[in-house]
Design a protein around this ligand. Structure first.
Ligand SMILES: Nc1ncnc2c1ncn2[C@@H]1O[C@H](COP(=O)(O)OP(=O)(O)OP(=O)(O)O)[C@@H](O)[C@H]1O
Ligand SMILES: [Mg+2]
Length: 294
């Protein structure tokens, strides 16, 4: 794995940690997500071949890599939507400050959905369901948060404002099927924000959008990274192919290649890398915005 030169190496790599296979792990201050030796194959085709990664609370991480390299598969493992062939995904316990990390593999369905209530996920295709804007934003608030109708409407208005959409009664009653791709993306982000999550996950949030809308969504990723109520940074993980997003947001970059983390470090080091794996990938990443970058 290529690492940027120290000093200034701010990120721990989790290789070498050995824990007994039990539900709880020793406390790991600031670690939000820890991935250890993750492997996954489909029909004999190895996609993840041993991914090790620590993501600290409050980090902004972009996961990049060629099409089909396993970015979405990795995200699905973090979300507990796929089970590893081997290795583990550990996450911070949202109910206990600086408590032991939790191994997703041994959590029961109730505990898993409890964790999901603290995470906001924006899937590539938004995963909006047929219905109104308010239905979409309100579903989880009602089912999981048990909020009443008045509180759901208040929250919907707040998160719609946060993503730059109208919060009028007409807009709330509008059908999501009628929305443009960019607006649908904003609704999906608003719905995720409504859960007041500690972590936000995005799978290719700007793919398929026009350049202006894409840049607005990039700015939104940055603004939603910070919880407006207390100014505290959320943990944000973005799977992306969007080179412009990297230039604008300058995140920590994690590159997957041949099933492993081939680079993990600040954008500046990724940008400057002369690695024969990174250079051609970076050069060929799509640029949505035709303007100068340095
Ligand atoms: N549920 C599944 N069943 C079988 N194969 C799968 C499944 N999910 C993913 N794969 C395979 O795993 C590989 C990695 O897929 P993944 O969707 O993670 O790629 P990706 O890096 O997200 O690509 P893209 O940038 O195109 O979205 C692909 O070969 C894909 O066909
Ligand atoms: Mg994908």
């Amino acid at each position: 794995m290529e690492r940027p030169p120290s000093p200034g190496w701010p990120f721990a790599v989790s290789g070498g940690w050995v824990y007994p296979a039990c539900m709880s792990e020793p406390s790991a201050p600031d670690v939000e997500i820890r991935i250890e030796g993750l492997t996954k194959a489909f029909d004999g085709h190895a996609v993840l071949r041993g991914v090790d990664l620590d993501i600290q609370a409050g980090a902004f991480v972009a996961v990049v890599g060629g099409s089909g390299c396993g970015k979405s598969v990795l995200l699905n493992h973090i979300l507990g939507l796929m089970q590893p062939d081997s290795g583990r995904v550990l996450v911070a316990d949202p109910t206990v400050a600086e408590g032991p990390l939790l191994d997703l593999a041994v959590l029961d369905a109730d505990r898993m959905s409890d964790i999901h209530t603290h995470w906001g996920v924006v899937f590539q295709r938004n995963a909006l369901f047929s219905g109104t804007v308010l239905d979409n934003i309100g579903l989880w608030l009602e089912e999981v948060g048990h909020l009443d109708a008045a509180d759901i409407e208040k929250m919907a208005q707040r998160v719609l404002a946060a993503v730059g959409l109208p919060s009028s009664a007409d807009f709330l009653a509008g059908r999501v099927e009628a929305l443009s791709g960019g607006m649908a993306k904003r609704i999906a982000i608003a719905r995720a924000l409504a859960m007041e999550p500690r972590c936000m996950f995005f799978d290719e949030p700007t793919t398929g959008l026009d350049p202006v809308t894409a840049s607005q969504i990039q700015d939104l990723l940055l603004s939603t990274h910070v919880d407006e109520r207390d100014g505290k940074a959320r943990t944000t993980v973005v799977v992306t192919h969007d080179k412009d997003l990297l230039y604008r947001l300058r995140p920590r970059v994690v590159m997957l290649h041949e099933g492993r983390v081939s680079f993990d470090g600040p954008f500046e080091a990724f940008h400057a890398s002369t690695s024969p794996i990174i250079r051609p990938y970076f050069e060929l990443m799509p640029v949505l915005h035709q303007r100068g970058h340095s």
